[in-house]
Ligand binder design. Sequence first.
Ligand code: HEC
Length: 220
Amino acid sequence: MKGRFRFIFIGFMLTFLAAWIGLVVLPVWGLGNFKQTPDPKTGEMIPPEFTALEERGRDVYIANGCIYCHTQQVHSARNRTDIVRGWGKRRTVARDYMNHGVAQLGSMRTGPDLSNIGVRNPSETWQLLHLYDPQITSPGSIMPPFRYLFTEQPIGSDGTSADAINLSGENAPREGMEIVPTEKAKALVAYLQALKLSEYEIPEAAAARIDSKIIDSEIK
Ligand code: HEC
């Protein structure tokens, strides 16, 4: 190689090297080495890890496209009204997602943000009914029913099973039958109950909280 071509080649290499460092090396360095820390109040390690059941639930969440309508990120009070709406006590920070595998951040908010649904509505009964048919718990909802996560089975000789969901009126199962959640529905609800993204104190979370407080007082 000679003359101008050498410069062009070196120019190309430097451009790609700079992009690679900026887009790959620095993010992995900055975001890839998070560690859990003990909670100053409870001593438990935070952010918490998911159990095997909750991880299966996350797979169900992904497979059913919940992300097309729900986000899992609380924005700072500076940008949006998430905190005023009660979607979280503080904005979420990168370390909150360290145990989430592929974080289900989402970008569409056809439904509410689910970052802290495990705190806002921990009821298993409510979550199962809502998944079976959102109209039961939230009349007028445009969320689709996920009935295929449930099965209909004959009521056994010992009577209705403990985990049969309580349906009445037009949703009532046929005579002698009951509706029970499948393993997938149970795992999904366990995952929803575990979503408590901005409930604990990691150092940068405390900073995020102060940030929200300042803004809150500015709004008032
Ligand atoms: C087509 C859009 C859409 C899809 C897909 C969708 N949802 Fe929803 N979701 C909504 C809407 C709209 C609401 C608000 C009305 C209601 O409560 O049903 C909602 C509400 C919720 C709530 C209650 C939130 C609260 O603050 O009370 C939960 C929990 C929920 N969805 C979970 C899920 C899960 C889990 C999936 C995937 C299996 C899913 N959603 C898929 C639109 C959607």
